[in-house]
Every structure is written in structure tokens, then in C-alpha cells.
Ligand binder design. Structure first.
Ligand code: ADP
Length: 774
């Protein structure tokens, strides 16, 4: 292949949390692939002014947990002119950089594409004016450019999510959760303006995740009489007993005549028409700040790895790629097309073609919008279904608590009521059901549940047919005329649905649709990419690891063995390992033995010997709780301490129930809302035939509403879609003994943990020499 690639990385436009994770991954993965990597400081300004610096492996240590961008960003006017770009080309050629990875928003990526399309002519001009030699001109005939989308707005078409958007959503939800307590105390209304320019993603996501009463989005503008609709909803919610009113408004919100809707307009309407004591809060730049959420760290890391691969695989003919994320997979598509489609959103809005604007957003956007309106706005009987189709819906929590259980229950209750169904809360899991611990849930009874952690209904691990009597369960279901059952829980819940489905043969009362919404920190329920609670847990682990590393760095060279949950699944260890920059991880899928520990202790010694003499670095290793009976967290810590000689010390941290988090993460709340709404739709679908027939024959609703295996399902997330997988079908793809799916999509991330922590840096021979020297 000849000379090594020299890759430049720059961050440009508005800063976004996760940009540092991009720089770290590009630098480290690039070096591991034999490339030289250069940081271009201050975005395009660094090209114009020659702010280009070669990066070493160690230069990006600690980057993962830091918000913003450590290599700077700028709005660079000079780069918008050809003269500026000519300077940029000159500096790149003189530094020997022949590929550029740009992380920024649509403006930055438009600039990047223009730069590449002009490259030939810039090269020729530099040659003609004698700025570069013929050899240099020939050697730099092509510039590879790869785009990564760093934008808190999530406003780029062709990708489902952009780097920084989820962290921004975290900041918004933290703020609105805090505002909610004061609003509640004073019975106030709050109008909260969030960022997003032409994109309503942040506003919608925040609206769902905080249980806001109303949202204003650019893609779904209301007509000019929006004040009537707003007041009707706010008034109804107050009538139902609510003491606070929260309205989220996107900064680009407009009405259908394109007239901007300003927070103050909303405030005036709420104060004047409803007499509500209303305050406006503009969140502004707090939305850009803070340590990146686990999701953004992972997204930025896996996309940056793909970006380096794209550089290495590109030819002069390939169009500049944009690295996206679609259907939970990293994707590569043409950069220019993505930029064009993104501009089309603004154009469509300007032309009042709102349907097209919505179409250009990621597919989940429309789905989530529907879930939001169906559970929040449409509580005016417009969604009610005919009396004879209405159901008594039981809701039960099973297994350990997980973030999002309450949010799912709240949405299910509200949506049930909007449709005319009766929601019943079953307290304390199946043992509670066996005791007849059932109560009708009300609209106001579930108010505020969106952001509450734990389980308001109370949860229990008992499984019907195993440690709760199936006959009693069937009896109670029949006794309370429960016609559909929504179970929110983890692997015990999965086993429960299998048993309930199997027991249908014996008990007609179990001939009702059953939907399991997976909720467990371990993310080990088959039939879904993500379970509720797993994102909350990742964030809790990552925050703890950040604190642990900080403490270790401040005192002495120390390795922490951090024990994480997950049962027999390594999901939490792999994803948290990637997001926290762990030195390595021990997971059940691989096991751990003496040889592995020896190799890891050598690696750690090599790393510590390579550190500056006066630096104390903290490092962490994540150990899954069940990986080995012999090599417990304490044993591993002791072994490493002994092997580390005087080079480093070792300590343990068992995170335990901290991993359930205090409040569910915004992602878990949003997933909960979507899955709950879909579960109720599923119940309607699977009961309509029997109920219609009974209605036509003027008979009462039958006890047996469905007996189809397809009516006992896991309602899960597969990429962008909500799927309904019958448990009878899922058994075939489940490792029942180890309580997890046979396939683990996240295992592709596993090698990156070791690679990015420097596993490949020192050859075994070098490690052996180092350990002999001690
Ligand atoms: P974002 O990337 O977040 O959308 P901007 O639109 O401000 O932010 O763009 C960031 C930088 O990208 C600009 O300051 C400029 O240097 C460069 N840029 C943006 N648009 C162009 C363009 N059409 N041509 C050349 N450079 C551009």
C-alpha cells in the first residue's frame, strides 16, 4: 500500500457532547491501523491558520467524559471563501495530510463537500503559483473526506440520530424535572424553549420524556388558532387534577402560516385565558454542556471507527461518505445527498409542505409524535372506540425494578383512558395478582410517573407456574375480568409469558392477549434490541466510573475492578466498557482464567510504565457479576495488586443497585412511551374479532378473546421498528439456561473496548521485557 495514511480530524460548527469521543476514537483507531492522525484545532480556522498537530495515543486520554470539544471549534468565515479554502489546502499538503474526518453539523459538512469537490483546482492553483512542488501536487491529487454528524439538534437527514442530541436531551430533562417541582409547589405553568433550529426532535423527545402537556414543533405546526387547542388541553389536564402545566416549544416553532410561535406568546395566552401563573424558561446553552451521556460516547466511538475504515477503503472515485446510524446499525452513505435532504427539510417547511418535512425525519419521529399525542393531547374522547370493543387492561411489573417501568405504565393508563379502556394496576407482581391485589388506575393517579425510577406498582420476581400457582392467577384474571395483560419486566417476565401461554390449554381465562414490555438493566430479554432500564443503567455505571477514575487519578496509580450487573449477559460490561474507556472487561460470553489475568496484568504494567513518572493514572476494569465463581471481584483485584508490584495499586467497587439509577434516562422514558402505546394497540387488534362477533350476535363479551400463539408476545425494538414476537417463536432463539438471547448484536463492540484502551500498543515481547525489568 505504500505510504501510511495521514488523517486529519476536525470538529466544526456548534459544539456537541461526544465530539471528544470522536477525536479519541479516530486518533486511537487510526494509530492502531498504522495511520498518523492529526488534530486540526479550531475547526476550519485551523486549516486556514495551520493549526494542525500530530496526535499521539496518550494525547486523548480522558477525552471520553468531557463535553464540548477539546480541539476547539469555530465559525470560520474565511473558509466560506475560496481564498480561505486555498490556504487550507496548502496547509494540509504541507503537513502531509491526505484524508480529513469532519465532525460537525450540516454547515460544516456542506463546507467539507465543497472542499473536496474543489480540491483538484486548489491543488492546481497552488502548483501554478509555486506554493507547492510538482511532487507535492502529484502526491496529494486526492483528498478523502468523511463526515460525522455532531449536532445536538438531530437535524441531519439520512441518520436516525446525531452525536450530541441525546446528551442535550439529558440536560433538558434534568432542567424540566427540576422546574416541575417548583411548578408543582406553586401550581404554575412553565413554557420551556429548547434548541433545535428547524428540527423539533429535541422538543418532541423532551415533551415525551418529561410528560409535558403540550409541544410546539416546526414540522407539525398547528393552525393560527393554536391558542384554543393549547388552552383546551391545559384546562382539561387542570380539571383532571394537575397542579402544573409544562409546555415545550422548539426555538423554530411556527404555525401553519409560518408565523413564529414565541414562548412569550404562549405565556400570554396561558396567563390571560386560563389565569395561570406562567413563567418562561429558555434553556439556552446549558443544552450543549456537560459530560456526554453513555449513548453519545458509544455512538461517537463506533461511528468514528467506521469513519477511519471509510478513509482506508475509499478510492478517488468514491463520493465522500457520511457515517450515519440507521436501524441501530452504523451506516455509510453519500455525504452530499444527506446534506441536500437536510436542506430540503427547511425548504419544505418554508413551502408549507409539512408532510414532506416529517417524512425527511427519522422514521421513529412520526411514531413517537403519534404516541405522544395519543397519550397526552387526545384526551377529549375523540379517540374513543365503540363501547363493545373496550377492554379491562391489567398492568403488572415483574422482576427487578428498571428505569422506565413507571413511564410505560403511565402511558398505557393514559392511552387506555383516551381509547375508553379501563386500566387496572396489579400490585407486587404475580404474588400480588394471586392475592387479588388489583386496583383501577386513574389519569391523575399516574401523574408524574414518567420521571420516577423504581416501580410504583411494586415488582416481584415470582413466575406463575413456578413459584406462584397458575390456577390462582387464572382465577383472579377471570374474577376481575382482565381482558388483556401488559407485563413490564425482565427475564422472569419472559418466563411468565411462556408459562401463561402454555397454560392457556388448561385455563380459558388466559385466552387473552399478553404483551411483555422488556424492562431490565441487563438487556437480556429476547425479542428486543433494548430493554427499558438498560440505558439508565449504562448512564449510572458510566457516571460512577468517571467518579472512580477521577478519584484514582487524584491519589495514586490505581486500577479499579468495577463489578457490574447483567446476569449471564455481558451487555452492560461491553457497552459501559466502551463508554467509560475501561482497560478491559470480563464477561460471561468469554469467561476469565489465569492466562487472561496474567496477560492483563502485563498490559497494565506496560501502560503504567509508559505513563509520565509524576502522573497518577486511574484505570478501570469492568467485571460482570457472574463471569466466574473462582475469579471474584476481590480475587481479581488481589491478583492484579500482587502482579502490579509497586507499579500500581488495586481496589474494587461493586455498583450493585446503584445501576438501577435514580430517575430513568430520557431514552428509557421515550422507549417506554412508544412500547406502551403499541401494546395497547396490540390488545385491540387481538380482541377485535371476538368482540365484534359477540356484538353482532348480541352476546356478552366472551372470556376467551384469543387463543392464537401470536397474541402472547414480546413488544420490542428492532432497529427503528416496534416488533411483536410471539414467545413461542422466541424460545428457539433463547438460551433459557443462561437467561439471554442466543444472538447478542452488541458483541461487535466487544473488540473495540480492548483496542481503544491500548491493548494492541505493546507487543507480548515488549510486555515480557517490561515485566522482567521490574
Ligand atoms: P454547523 O456545522 O453546526 O451547521 P455552521 O453552519 O456554522 O455550523 O458551519 C460551521 C462552519 O462550516 C462555518 O463557520 C464555515 O467555516 C463552514 N461552512 C459552513 N457552510 C459552508 C459553505 N457553504 N461553504 C464553505 N464552508 C462552510
Amino acid at each position: 500500500m505504500g505510504k501510511c495514511k495521514k488523517i486529519g480530524i476536525l470538529t466544526s460548527g456548534g459544539d456537541a457532547p461526544g465530539m471528544n469521543a470522536c477525536v479519541r476514537a479516530v486518533v486511537r483507531y487510526g494509530i492502531s491501523k498504522g495511520c498518523e492522525v492529526f488534530a486540526v484545532y479550531e475547526g476550519y480556522q485551523g486549516l486556514v491558520d495551520n493549526g494542525i498537530k500530530k496526535m499521539e495515543w496518550k494525547d486523548v486520554r480522558g477525552f471520553l467524559s468531557i463535553g464540548g470539544t477539546n480541539i476547539g471549534t469555530a465559525r470560520c468565515m474565511a473558509f466560506k471563501k475560496r481564498e480561505g479554502r486555498l490556504q487550507g489546502a496548502y496547509h494540509l499538503i504541507k503537513s502531509g495530510v491526505d484524508a480529513l474526518i469532519v465532525c460537525g453539523g450540516d454547515g460544516s459538512l456542506t463546507g467539507a463537500d465543497l472542499f473536496r469537490s474543489e480540491w483538484n483546482s486548489l491543488n492546481e492553483e497552488l502548483l501554478k503559483t509555486g506554493k507547492i512542488t510538482q511532487e507535492e501536487s502529484d502526491a496529494y491529487k486526492h483528498l478523502n473526506i468523511v463526515g460525522l454528524v455532531g449536532s445536538i439538534d438531530n437535524d441531519m437527514s439520512s441518520t436516525d440520530i446525531t452525536i450530541g442530541a441525546v446528551t442535550s436531551l439529558h440536560r433538558i430533562c434534568e432542567a424540566v424535572d427540576s422546574i416541575s417541582t417548583t411548578a408543582l409547589s406553586h401550581s404554575r405553568a412553565f413554557v420551556v424553549e429548547v434548541m433545535g433550529r428547524h428540527c423539533g426532535w429535541l422538543a418532541l423527545a423532551a415533551g415525551i420524556a418529561t410528560g409535558a402537556d403540550f409541544v410546539f414543533l416546526p414540522e407539525r405546526p398547528p393552525n393560527e388558532n393554536w391558542g384554543d387547542a393549547l388552552c383546551a388541553v391545559a384546562h382539561r389536564h387542570r380539571q383532571l387534577g394537575k397542579r402544573k402545566t409544562v409546555v415545550i416549544v422548539a426555538e423554530g416553532a411556527i404555525d401553519s402560516n409560518l408565523k413564529p410561535i414565541r414562548p412569550d406568546d404562549i405565556k400570554n395566552i396561558l396567563s390571560e385565558r386560563l389565569g395561570l401563573d406562567t413563567r418562561v424558561t429558555t434553556l439556552g446553552h446549558t443544552q450543549r454542556g456537560g459530560s456526554p451521556a453513555a449513548f453519545d460516547r458509544i455512538l461517537a466511538t463506533i461511528q468514528s471507527v467506521e469513519a477511519v475504515d471509510a478513509v482506508l477503503n475509499s478510492t478517488p472515485e468514491t463520493p465522500s461518505p457520511l457515517i450515519g446510524m440507521n436501524n441501530n446499525k452504523v451506516t455509510t452513505g453519500p455525504l452530499m445527498k444527506a446534506v441536500e435532504l437536510t436542506h430540503e427539510v427547511a425548504d419544505s417547511i418554508a413551502k408549507k409542505d409539512f408532510a414532506r418535512a416529517m417524512e425527511l425525519r427519522d422514521p421513529q419521529f412520526a411514531d413517537e409524535y403519534e404516541a405522544y399525542t395519543a397519550s397526552t393531547i387526545m384526551d377529549d374522547s375523540t379517540m374513543s372506540i365503540p363501547q363493545y370493543r373496550r377492554l379491562n387492561v391489567g398492568i403488572i411489573h415483574v422482576g427487578a425494578p428498571a428505569g422506565g417501568m413507571n413511564a410505560a405504565t403511565r402511558t398505557a393508563v393514559r392511552y387506555c383512558l383516551n381509547r375508553g379502556h379501563k386500566p387496572f394496576g396489579i400490585y407486587n407482581g404475580f404474588p400480588g395478582l394471586a392475592r387479588g391485589n388489583i386496583e383501577e388506575l386513574t389519569w391523575i393517579g399516574v401523574d408524574g410517573w414518567t420521571h420516577r425510577g423504581g416501580s410504583e406498582l411494586g415488582t416481584n420476581r415470582a413466575v406463575p407456574g413456578e413459584n406462584t400457582d397458575m390456577g390462582t392467577i387464572a382465577y383472579q384474571i377471570q374474577q376481575h375480568n382482565i381482558q388483556a395483560l401488559m407485563i413490564v419486566g425482565g427475564f422472569e417476565a419472559f418466563s411468565s409469558v411462556i408459562n401463561l401461554e402454555a397454560a392457556r390449554k388448561q385455563y380459558p381465562a388466559l385466552h387473552i392477549p399478553i404483551a411483555l414490555i422488556p424492562a431490565t438493566v441487563s438487556n437480556n430479554v429476547p425479542g428486543t434490541d433494548f430493554s427499558l432500564g438498560s440505558d439508565t443503567a449504562l448512564n449510572a455505571i458510566v457516571e460512577s466510573c468517571d467518579a472512580i477514575v477521577q478519584s484514582a487519578r487524584s491519589s495514586r496509580r490505581r486500577v479499579f475492578i468495577v463489578e457490574v450487573q447483567g446476569g449471564r449477559s455481558g451487555y452492560l460490561a461491553v457497552e459501559a466498557g466502551l463508554a467509560s474507556g475501561a482497560s478491559t472487561i470480563y464477561i460471561p460470553e468469554e469467561g476469565v482464567n489465569l492466562a487472561r489475568l496474567q496477560s492483563d496484568s502485563r498490559h497494565l504494567m506496560a501502560m503504567y510504565m509508559d505513563d509520565a513518572a509524576d502522573k497518577s493514572e486511574g484505570r478501570i476494569i469492568l467485571r460482570n457479576e457472574t463471569v466466574s465463581k473462582t475469579y471474584t471481584t476481590d480475587v481479581i483485584s488481589d491478583i492484579l495488586k500482587d502482579e502490579g508490584h509497586a507499579l500500581f495499586d488495586s481496589r474494587t467497587a461493586v455498583l450493585g443497585h446503584i445501576q438501577q439509577g435514580v430517575n430513568p434516562s430520557p431514552m428509557d422514558r421515550i422507549r417506554a412511551t412508544r412500547l406502551a402505546k403499541c401494546s395497547i394497540d396490540f390488545f385491540e387488534k387481538h380482541t377485535s374479532y371476538a368482540l365484534d362477533q359477540a356484538y353482532r350476535s348480541k352476546s356478552p363479551a366472551p372470556i376467551e378473546l384469543t387463543n392464537a400463539t401470536e397474541s402472547a408476545v414480546v413488544v420490542g425494538l428492532s432497529g427503528n421498528c416496534v416488533t411483536y414476537r410471539p414467545v413461542t417463536e422466541l424460545i428457539a432463539v433463547t438460551d433459557m439456561k443462561n437467561r439471554k438471547p442466543l444472538d447478542a448484536w452488541w458483541m461487535v463492540h466487544r473488540p473495540l473496548v480492548d483496542l481503544l484502551s491500548g491493548r494492541g500498543l505493546f507487543t507480548p515481547e515488549a510486555q515480557a521485557t517490561l515485566s522482567r525489568d521490574i
